[in-house]
Design a binder for this molecule. Sequence first.
Ligand code: SAM
Length: 420
Amino acid sequence: KEETGELKEFFSNGLYHLPKSRALVMDPVRVLNAFYTNFRVSPSMYYCRSFESISHGEKPVSESRRKRKRKRRPYALNERELAAEMRHQEARPFLLDAHKALLEEIDFMSILPSLKRNGCPTNGIESLSNAEQVTEPSFVELGHLWQAPYYEISLRFRDQSTPSEDFTGAEPIQYCKEVSMSLFNNLVSNWTDDDMKAQFLDNLYILPRKCRFHMSDLRQIHHLIPASSDDGFNLIVIDPPWENRNVHTKSVYPTLPNRYLLSLPVKKLAHSEGALVALWVTNREKLRVFVEKELLPAWGVNQETIFYWLKIKEDGSLLSDLDLIHHRPYECLVLGYTQGKGGNFCDQQKYTPLKGDQVVISIPGDHSRKPPIGNLLTNHVPGPLPARCLELFARELMAGWTSWGNEPLRFQHSRFFLSK
Ligand code: SAM
C-alpha cells in the first residue's frame, strides 16, 4: 500500500504526529537508529518485554489475589489517593484524545504490530554478537569493587582513511585504531563522527558518534560540573531510581532515597543562560508532592508543564485500564527551567515555548526504559545551540549527549544491535 506523507516520515524518523491532537507516536528503535552509521538497534531486543506480555496474554490472576481484590471492595479512597485521582482527571482528557486519535489512524494502526520485526530477516534475527555465550558484566556491581579504578575499556575506531565496509565486516586489525582508558569514574567519549566499538571484559559495546559518558556513583557526579557555567548543559533529562515497593524494580537496579536526590547539583550543571530540565516521575502522589514542593525548588527549577508518556501494546490498546488506580498506563515527564544569569527562568523570545500536556505514545521496551524524548525538546532550550544535552541516571548513550549513571553502557551491549 502506498505510504502517506506522515507514514513516510514515521518510517524515516520514528515519529508519527497524530492529526487533531497534541500527541505523537514514537518508535524508539527508529529514533535511536538515527544515532548510528553502521549499526541499528535490534527491534526484537528493544521490544522484548511488552511483546511477550502481548503474545502470551495477560498473566492469569491467582485465586488468592482475586479474593484479596474482592475483599477490598467497595473501596474508599484515602486523602492521597483522592489527590492522585484529581491529577489523573486533569490528564485523562489529553490521554483519551491521544488514544482516540491513534485508533482513528487505520493505516498507521496496521503497521504497529510489525514494529518488532522492522527491517529484520523473517527467519531469525542476525545479532551482532554471540552474546548468549558471554557473561554480561554488571556495571553496578563492578563499580563498587576495590578494583574498579583498574578496569579499562578499549575503544576501537576507524582510521579516517579506512573504507566504511571494513569497519563492520571482517575488520582487519591494521585498519583500526585502539585506545584504552579507565571505565569507571572517567569521562569516556566517542569524539568521532562515526560509531565506535568498545571492548570490556570480552563484551562488545557500540558507542554512537559524538557521545560522552561518565560511569560513576552519585558521590562522583560533581566531576561533571563544568569549570565555567558558560560550558554548562542547557537540556538536562533526569530519570531517578525512585524508591518504590516494587520488588522487581529493586532486582533490576538499586534505588535511591529521595533525600539523596535533593543534593543533585542541577544548578551547577546548568548553563549560565538557564536549562530546560525534564524529570521522569511515577504516578505516586507522595512522590509528586515531594517533587513539586521540595525537589524542584532545591534544584532551582520552575515547573512549566507536563508531558505524558502513554504506553500501548502492539495492537494499539492501552497497556492497562486508564483508570486503574495503582497501574496507570502512563508516566509523567515534568518540565521546567532553571534560572538564567539575567534572573529569568526563561526568556521565551529566544526559543520556542513548550506546548503543555503533550502526549508521547509508544510501546515500552525493557523494564523502566523510557522513550528517547530528548530530541523533541531541543527546540525549547534556552542558551546556545546546538543544545548541550545531559542525561542523568542514563542506561544508554545518545549521539551528541553526555550520559551519566552507574550503568550508562547497559543498553549499548552489542546484543541490542544489528549490523546495517
Ligand atoms: N532512563 C533509564 C532508561 O530509560 O533506561 C532508566 C534509569 S533507571 C530509572 C535509574 C538508573 O539509576 C539505574 O540505571 C540505576 O542503576 C541508576 N542508579 C541507582 N543508584 C545510583 C547511584 N547511586 N548512582 C548512579 N546511578 C544510580
